[in-house]
Design a protein around this ligand. Sequence first.
Ligand code: TYD
Ligand code: MG
Length: 447
Amino acid sequence: MKQRTQYVCQNCGAIYAKWQGRCSSCNQWDTISQVEISKKPKSSKGASSNAVKLLSEISSDNDQRISTGIAEFDRVLGGGIIPGSLVLVGGDPGIGKSTLLLQMCSAIIEYKPLYITGEESLQQIKFRSNRLKNIPDDLLLLAETDIERIINAIQNTDCGIVIVDSIQSVFSEKIEATPGSIVQVRDCASALMQLAKQSEKPIFIVGHITKEGLLAGPKILEHLVDTVLQFEGDKTYSYRILRTLKNRFGSTNEIGIFEMVDRGLIEVSNPSAHFLANRGYEHPGIAIVASIEGTRPILIEVQALVTPTNYSVPQRTVTGFDLRRLNMILAVLEKRLGEKFSKYDVFVNIAGGLYLNDPSIDLGIAAALLSSLKDEAISSDLVLIGEIGLTGEIRPISLIEQRLNESQKLGFKRAIIPKSKELSYSKDGLKLIEAQRISLALNEIFA
Ligand code: TYD
Ligand code: MG
């Protein structure tokens, strides 16, 4: 017989047979509380079906994706919404999750979306939709937090797509735990998962990120749902990035870019042109790099400021890039070129509030640092592409062709790129300069 009582860690969801002060799974103190298990047996409905079938007997009709009507959103979903899928949209409060999903509803109103809100009143939704202008009058809305009633409404309403905003506000009376606690979140999400699979109605659930930067119900929701999207951005900037963290139906390294304006989110379908909007001026400390975000090249400005330090330990501050990587680049410049950064404070910033993971921007960062140190501007028609290795070599990087195409399209005249075995491409109007070592590249840049 299964136990009627369990002890569940509210932080990580680990389950224990008896109470203990510290969770041995996540090492947090005082997070374990007693939970009564509902008598309802776990049904085996859902993704599984009892009958064994041949692969060929299973139709792939459900691969027919529904477009969200928002190209940047479709891109991160892998091409559109899969019927019966459960999608988690996570992000900090106030980043724009509700706005995005409300806009999606209005773009696909013919699929009869049902927007269930547990956080805002229907009046608040009405205010928001007035602000967003073209939200259709026939959008289905429900203000409800009880999961049983939500499920009832989904089953009994002629709706094609469901949005539950947010999963933290939803609770089941059958579970003795406060709304938003890990047990509630997990059980409500899995009930919605079963419903999505049975009814073939895709369900989007909104999840707030906790202070630690984890999706609430750390990891548990991620395992449960089909797709995890994260909406992020620096609130001081208007750019918002929708990132795929997990996708059972598509690639996970896609991003969608939006801008939050006074009438909601607008798509940024040509990010390079956007991020380089005020290009053309030359100033010491600025370099242009060609990063790949998802499958798209994005040309963007990196800025560095190098100033004499007043401290015994100089400051290293970086926004939008990995600090360890900056330290590595500084060490290479010191060791291989003899530049003494140890007497200087260093600040590096990626324009627009983007966070870049792509090592191909190393060369641009190094050039921006030296440009600021020497107080010598880099030509604004030059784009820098290359990963820096510890010996000062410039390492080959992937997708060079796409990066160069984008540079050419935006009218850059020269590109410094890693040396390749045979240079099989040439770009009209874009001079390609191969550099094997950082010292050679810098000679070109500061010629
Ligand atoms: P919201 O979608 O409520 O965020 P979330 O659901 O992730 O908590 O977005 C709220 C923020 O977006 C709020 O700070 C105001 C801003 N905003 C705009 O700038 N323009 C708009 O048209 C709307 C609707 C919101
Ligand atoms: Mg919201």
